[in-house]
Write a protein that binds this ligand. Sequence first.
Ligand SMILES: [Zn+2]
Length: 145
Amino acid sequence: MKTKVCTKCGEEKPLTEFYRDRQKSDGLSSSCKICAQAKKKEYYEANQEKVKASVAAYREANQEKVKAKNAAYREANKEKVKAQKAAFHEANPEKVKAHSDAYYKANKEKIAARRAECRAYQKEMREMQEEAGFEISDLNQGEQC
Ligand SMILES: [Zn+2]
């Protein structure tokens, strides 16, 4: 069995214990799989904050872009998103109910406030409509309570 000595831990190991590395003359990494994994983990741990910070900075700098992209996606895939949602609801009625119950419990006041606001808005619109004496077509397409 062919073996190779890991330059990191100095152990002699079978070639299957080394990752491929095309840049090396023998086509194999100079350190064994275990050492390579440890190094990767070490790098990730050492740079976790840096990676996180750069992701956050990107988001911050491109907030509008990200938002616009999301909105454009939603707009372009309205039917798809709707169908996916409906299919999920159909397949997971218990899960959806539990989730919405939990959401409702956690956000009761927020939801109530939004509903009140929404009702006030609709009432205002209705009154405007009555005053104007004709239908405002946007009325029912606006906020749903
Ligand atoms: Zn090693």
